[in-house]
Design a protein around this ligand. Sequence first.
Ligand code: ADP
Ligand code: MG
Length: 262
Amino acid sequence: MNSNPPATPSPAGQGSPPALFVENVSHSFGEKKALDEVSLVVPAGKFTVLLGLNGAGKSTLFSLITRLYDNVSGEIRILGHDVRRHPSEALRQLGVVFQSRTLDSDLTLAQNLHYHAALHGIGTKMARERAREALETVSLAERAGDRIRSLSGGQARRVEIARSLLHRPRLLLLDEPTVGLDIGSRESVVGIVRGLVERNGLGVLWATHLIDEISRDDNVVLLHKGRVLFSGTVPGMLAAAGESDMRRAFRRMTGTEEMEAA
Ligand code: ADP
Ligand code: MG
């Protein structure tokens, strides 16, 4: 399972590797199997929705991709780099927005970003430039000197997105980034990330249980009780379920009602 070469572009030169490649990944917490032979691909320049109810295994998968947990079975590659065998090459290409908030609320936006840039070994001058650029990307440049605690929930999320971009990753993982946000903030956060996919060609894996965050052109990976029930396009999922809308397709495929935002 770990016998393939590490692979940036293949020797044959045919095509670049996907932003994320996951094959046959399983993970258990004691007796509890949280992920069961999960395989999925996030192409570069594609907004890919990891759709699943609470407890489906979304955050566990993110913990394996980010190497918070070691993946002992299966294979995970970021831009062709195996996360177990070449962790620094792989993680260099990865930006993450975790489910729980991780900004220091007593520091300013700029300080939070500079601190994170330093962790990535980015020098002071470049850190300033990258932070300014990243805050512009999330339309918060004018708030750079304000403390995080003065921001709304949606604005804080946008700072976390800015922070995830400082080292210029090619793959972005976001774990339920809009939970608890009002509708306007949600649209703003989704819009920023969709812009990164369209303009910068990032591969995005967006974990959510909110079906209305899916757009017609997205790829969808339906995760249920640790297993991938469907992986493909929106029309593909509708056709596979024999339904005309995604809510019904979700219900049909999982045999459950989807959960809505609290
Ligand atoms: P999601 O992010 O989709 O809500 P999780 O990955 O958090 O799902 O959880 C998947 C399953 O694994 C759930 O049944 C959850 O209770 C279990 N689980 C998650 N983290 C742990 C842990 N640290 N210890 C034990 N069980 C866990
Ligand atoms: Mg989760």
